[in-house]
Ligand binder design. Structure first.
Ligand code: 13P
Length: 253
């Protein structure tokens, strides 16, 4: 596992101000768990309040529009997110790709717009069950990476990749540790090919998909797993802190 694992909670379309108490509780405990880098991506409507309530953890967004501004009703630019307190943006989540028809090129444009305003970006990739069953998981993910990752000088420095097999999201099912290891090694090779040995080696690769306290130790111990992107189990401080505690304990051993 990475020197300092990165554990990110994606609240998806969950949360009103009543949930800020969970963010506060996570933040207070994060103070005691400095061995782990902790972040939350609440819905747009809670970014500003979460940033104010939780001063230690990272706070980010689940998406953005690729343009700087303009006639895009209902959309939000990276600069607006930064202004409301976000420090990073997740782009290319499979739910965005499925619900909003986002293609690799759209994801890349969003990622580049995030970097252009100086924020970090988490780019999500992952295969469907059909693709895995057909033996195409690694080639599908490599193609997504080549099409979705931001290009340009220094792009790798503020980049994190999240591998989230679509069939493991919200299902309680996870790949085997060997499959996670093989995929993360394959992702690392693509990163090195794209960004060079040095920069490509530094990009963190998170695993996401049904991570919970009970399976966190084995998933985080897989080859080249630098942390986790957590959905359902990040919605309560109790569940999320359980995962964070596992990651912290692994750092101590
Ligand atoms: P679950 O942890 O609920 O499976 O969600 C994973 C995910 O999609 C995080 O982005």
């Amino acid at each position: 596992m990475a020197v300092r694992p990165y554990i990110v909670g994606n609240w998806k379309m969950h949360g009103t101000r009543a949930m800020l108490s969970e963010a506060r509780a996570i933040d207070r405990a994060a103070e005691r768990l400095m061995k782990v880098e902790v972040a939350l991506a609440p819905p747009f409507t809670l970014i500003h309040a979460t940033r104010k309530e939780a001063g230690l953890i990272g706070v980010g967004s689940q998406d953005c529009h690729a343009a700087e501004g303009g006639a895009h009703t209902g959309d939000i630019s990276a600069a607006m997110l930064k202004d409301s307190g976000a420090g990073f943006v997740i782009v290319g989540h499979s739910e965005r790709r499925a619900d909003h028809g986002e293609k690799d090129a759209d994801v890349r444009a969003k990622a580049e717009s995030v970097l252009a305003v100086g924020m970090s970006v988490i780019v999500c990739v992952g295969e469907t069950e059909e693709q895995r069953d057909a033996g195409k998981a690694e080639s599908v993910v490599a193609r997504q990476l080549k099409g979705s990752l931001p290009a340009g000088d220094g792009a790798a420095e503020k980049l994190t990749v999240a591998y989230e097999p679509v069939w493991a999201i919200g299902t309680g099912r996870t790949p085997t540790v060997d499959d996670v290891s093989a995929m993360h090694r394959s992702i690392r090779q693509v990163l090195v090919d794209l960004f060079g040995d040095e920069a490509g080696a530094k990009v963190r690769i998170l695993y996401g998909g049904s991570v919970k306290a009970e399976n966190a130790a084995e998933l985080l111990a897989a080859d080249d797993v630098g942390g986790a992107l957590v959905g359902g189990a990040s919605l309560t401080a109790e569940a999320f802190l359980g995962i964070i505690a596992v990651a912290a304990e692994m750092q101590e051993n």
